[in-house]
Design a protein around this ligand. Structure first.
Ligand code: PGA
Length: 246
């Protein structure tokens, strides 16, 4: 009986964290770009735009939008220092170790990120391609990240990348659309959502050459709950115009 309760408790703790479905997510993925100076300049410029736009601030406060900035690990502590204290405005990371704290040279464990980041991207196609990450690695990362209280953004290129333990957000990023200017159509994104049988309550976002123009159509489309933005997020003004498209 006790054992059964313990199992149930673990199950509850590991249950996917469902988010507010009407919320739109704007996630900036800086990848391996920027220096400390660039990162600070970006944040200063972005927050200047944010503090001068009460409509966007109110949307954050009301939970209509969520903005997540994912810099390199090395900039996290510095950026956190000057990060505005607004609801649904947070820092994330682009990757997390598949191992717990221990003798794993060069790795950043989920536990280390507590208090520095709220979110982590997991399974980005560049990690799968250049660092040979498998779905097994991705599952371990999701589990450890969730156990440490991080919200997770699972990137998938298609159905084969879906793993058992679902993340907070699913980000559909077709390889041919990443960094190419060849963004997918809303129709194709919704078709993938349907094929994956993503429940209505689970946020499903899109990434792949999202820019200040094409975001306008996506943002009006029910079933596309936001964006994971690479290239267009390197410029604070462009990323802010994507955020304010909603
Ligand atoms: P992109 O990158 O916006 O430059 O296509 C998106 C991503 O890889 O997350």
């Amino acid at each position: 009986m006790l054992e059964q309760c313990a199992t149930e408790l673990i199950h509850i703790e590991r249950a996917p964290q469902f988010c507010n479905i009407s919320m739109k997510y704007f996630i900036a993925n800086w990848k391996s770009h920027k220096t400390q100076t660039d990162a600070e300049a970006w944040l200063t410029a972005f927050q200047k735009l944010l503090t001068s736009n009460s409509a966007v601030q109110n949307k954050l406060i009301d939970g209509q939008i969520s903005i997540v900035l994912c810099p390199s690990y090395v900039f996290l502590a510095g950026l956190k220092h000057s990060f505005l204290n607004l609801p649904h405005y947070s820092l994330g990371v682009q990757n997390v170790s598949p191992f717990p704290p221990g003798s794993y040279t060069g790795e950043v464990s989920a536990r280390m990120l507590a208090g520095l980041a709220e979110w982590t991207i997991v399974g980005h196609s560049e990690r799968r391609t250049y660092f040979h990450e498998t779905n097994n690695d991705v599952s371990k990362k999701l589990e450890l990240a969730q156990d440490s209280g991080l919200k997770t953004i699972l990137c998938i290129r298609g159905p084969k990348d879906m793993v058992g333990d679902p993340a907070t957000l699913i980000a559909y990023e077709p390889v041919e659309a990443i960094g190419t200017g060849k963004n997918a159509s809303s129709k194709d994104i919704l078709a993938m959502r349907k094929e994956l049988n993503i429940q209505e309550r689970r946020p499903f976002i899109y990434g792949g050459s999202v820019d200040a123009n094409n975001c306008k159509e996506y943002i009006q489309t029910e079933g596309i709950d936001g964006f994971l933005v690479g290239t267009a997020a390197l410029d604070p003004a462009i990323f802010f115009s994507i955020v304010s498209s909603y």
